[in-house]
Design a protein around this ligand. Sequence first.
Ligand SMILES: Cc1cc2nc3c(=O)[nH]c(=O)nc-3n(C[C@H](O)[C@H](O)[C@H](O)COP(=O)(O)O)c2cc1C
Length: 203
Amino acid sequence: MEPVNLAVIYYSSTGTVHTLAKAVAEGAEKAGATVRLRKVRELAPPEAIGANPAWAQHTKDSADIAEAALDDVAWADAILFGTPTRFGNVASQLKAFIDTAGPLWQQGKLADKVCSAFTSSATPHGGQESTILALSNTFYHWGGIIVPPGYTDPVQFRTGNPYGTSHVTGAGAIGEDVLQAARHQARRVVDVAGALKAGRTVS
Ligand SMILES: Cc1cc2nc3c(=O)[nH]c(=O)nc-3n(C[C@H](O)[C@H](O)[C@H](O)COP(=O)(O)O)c2cc1C
């Protein structure tokens, strides 16, 4: 059977979501998917980036990650989107990329993709779930098949977010449980996308 084509499309200012995205990509690869790890284009002005040393540093450190293109969306059987929480919502950089997908939507090329999301916020009640649910609005419009992690693995009871992998930056660096949750979410997405792809090949 053809492997699942999986795109990890994310935005990160200071590297947290980037670290989650790499764990997601690793989990998907281990589950047998062909993976494209893609950051979306930065839209903030250089002076805003330069005023924040962590942002400036991450911009340099992630220079080698390819930028997401609409072809990555069209190619993918499954997409995992990552965004930091911004006032309880999706980062504008990721939203701007998603908003370029109108032509694919018009051609019916966004339907039936398996979609899932992950995030990070500064505080525990700072809007992780509202951010992931806000991304889900897009998935509904696409006719996507939303695959959340739920409580489908013991690690979910330790990290506690059934909506999607998430990290609280105010609580410290990303630990092994969160990385494991990211890999689990990716594996689950690959498994579901693989079953759907196999079913389509047969029918
Ligand atoms: C403009 C802005 C808005 C933010 N809004 C929230 C928020 O609503 N809740 C929260 O807990 N953290 C908020 N944060 C903090 C980020 O979500 C948090 O630092 C995130 O984990 C950074 O991810 P990154 O390192 O991948 O850029 C905000 C940060 C910025 C710059």
